[in-house]
Design a protein around this ligand. Structure first.
Ligand code: HEC
Ligand code: HEC
Ligand code: HEC
Ligand code: HEC
Ligand code: HEC
Length: 277
């Protein structure tokens, strides 16, 4: 009896500790909520407002920004934790940007894109019929950007589609090459092959490729796409090299297995001869 009491005491202490730890985890919203962006006051209040003031909440749900934790206050500023002062300029609230302020508003985070845009025909026509970021990407329903954004319906709102089509053709060809190389690299990586150099090369090429569009300079896009495809060709050669090595290794492996089998057979025959004696 005497010996069992300390054992029970230890068990009790352990259970109380576990209970307290659980309590702390449940009470702390940062730990129990996956992202936490749904709990900010902007969404709680705007979600219940009528008409155009609730619309942004619905549009933003499922967007690439929501997926990456970029919430209302990340773009509009303000205090997401204090409903009474949420939209106070003193808490950094910026309001909704006017058309000519949109590129700078989005460009706080997309610095490289902003630079290319501002020096382009589009950026130079800002406020005089040129498109802003939201003309092409939308304001709240923003998705991952693809070349599908370049289409006749969207681009011919303001001018002919001819130049746009040339840009799209050059970029599509390059995009296809990038995707093939990506898939092959991933395949090798799965087989445990060191693809570090390939991945680094691909990352650099992709970066320069994806910032290309916003210049909307047809000659530049065509020339740069060709240069990028030449870079990609080098990565392709590297991949072919790995393929060749693997083929040789498989051939060598098969030869080794055959040799081992032959050796075993010879040994067997040798033993038989030896046993008879
Ligand atoms: C308690 C309710 C409430 C909260 C909390 C709230 N809003 Fe609002 N918001 C409103 C109402 C009502 C309007 C429309 C009237 C106005 O502009 O004041 C509005 C308007 C806006 C506008 C448009 C302003 C304009 O210039 O047209 C933006 C942008 C906005 N809110 C963003 C936010 C952000 C970001 C947060 C969180 C940091 C937030 N709101 C929190 C109620 C709220
Ligand atoms: C990626 C940046 C971004 C995010 C995130 C964002 N907004 Fe906006 N919002 C904008 C821009 C840009 C405009 C101006 C759009 C325009 O003129 O087309 C705007 C406009 C608005 C307006 C004014 C609408 C009108 O018709 O006058 C409201 C209200 C608003 N946003 C609320 C919100 C709320 C609430 C959230 C969170 C659910 C949110 N926004 C998230 C960029 C953003
Ligand atoms: C005329 C239409 C148009 C305008 C204006 C525009 N974009 Fe884009 N944007 C595109 C297209 C098309 C792509 C896809 C390019 C690709 O797939 O390589 C893209 C790609 C992007 C990307 C992804 C780049 C990457 O590295 O993957 C971001 C971010 C972006 N745009 C932000 C912006 C911002 C911010 C602005 C305003 C300063 C803006 N865009 C203006 C059409 C536009
Ligand atoms: C507070 C920072 C911030 C602001 C402001 C912002 N974004 Fe983003 N944006 C991000 C992050 C983070 C991502 C996701 C990571 C990435 O792809 O870069 C993203 C992704 C994107 C993408 C997809 C990029 C891709 O890889 O295809 C587009 C397009 C985009 N944003 C456009 C806009 C537009 C248009 C605005 C203005 C209305 C805007 N962003 C404002 C931070 C921001
Ligand atoms: C809101 C209007 C508007 C939209 C939408 C628009 N553009 Fe433009 N674009 C302009 C303006 C304005 C110019 C500058 C005036 C000019 O040179 O024609 C321009 C110029 C261009 C140029 C340079 C023209 C040249 O002669 O070299 C290209 C290329 C271009 N846009 C491509 C596109 C593509 C691709 C899209 C669709 C993703 C698009 N634009 C959507 C207004 C627009």
């Amino acid at each position: 009896m005497r010996q069992r009491i300390p054992g029970i005491m230890t068990a009790c202490r352990l259970m109380i500790t576990i209970f307290l730890v659980l309590l702390v985890i449940l009470a702390c919203p940062g730990l129990s909520a996956a992202t936490g962006t749904d709990e900010i006051v902007c969404i709680q209040c705007h979600g219940t407002l009528p008409g155009k003031y609730a619309e942004p909440v619905k549009l933003w749900q499922g967007s690439i920004h929501q997926e990456n934790g970029i919430a209302c206050n990340s773009c509009h500023g303000g205090d997401p934790k204090d409903a009474a002062n949420a939209m106070s300029p003193a808490r950094g609230f910026l309001g909704a940007p006017k058309e000519k302020d949109i590129p700078a508003f989005c460009g706080r985070c997309h610095v490289g894109v902003l630079k290319d845009y501002l020096s382009s025909h589009h950026g130079k026509a800002l406020g005089r019929g040129g498109p802003t970021c939201v003309t092409c990407h939308g304001n709240h329903k923003v998705f991952k950007a693809t070349l599908d954004l370049i289409n006749e319906k969207s681009c011919s709102r303001c001018h002919s589609f001819a130049q746009a089509e040339k840009i799209k053709a050059a970029m599509s060809e390059t995009e296809k090459m990038i995707m093939t190389i990506e898939t092959r690299t991933a395949g090798f990586k799965q087989q445990g092959i060191d693809t570090d150099r390939l991945e680094k090369g691909l990352f650099a090429v992709r970066n320069s490729f994806h910032s290309l569009f916003h210049t909307v300079d047809t000659d530049k896009v065509v020339a740069e796409s060709a240069r990028i495809r030449a870079e990609l060709k080098k990565l392709d050669d590297l991949l072919n090299g790995i393929d060749e090595q693997l083929r040789k290794r498989r051939l060598f492996g098969a030869a080794a297995v055959a040799a081992a089998l032959l050796a075993a057979l010879l040994l067997h025959l040798f033993r038989k001869t030896f046993d008879r004696d």
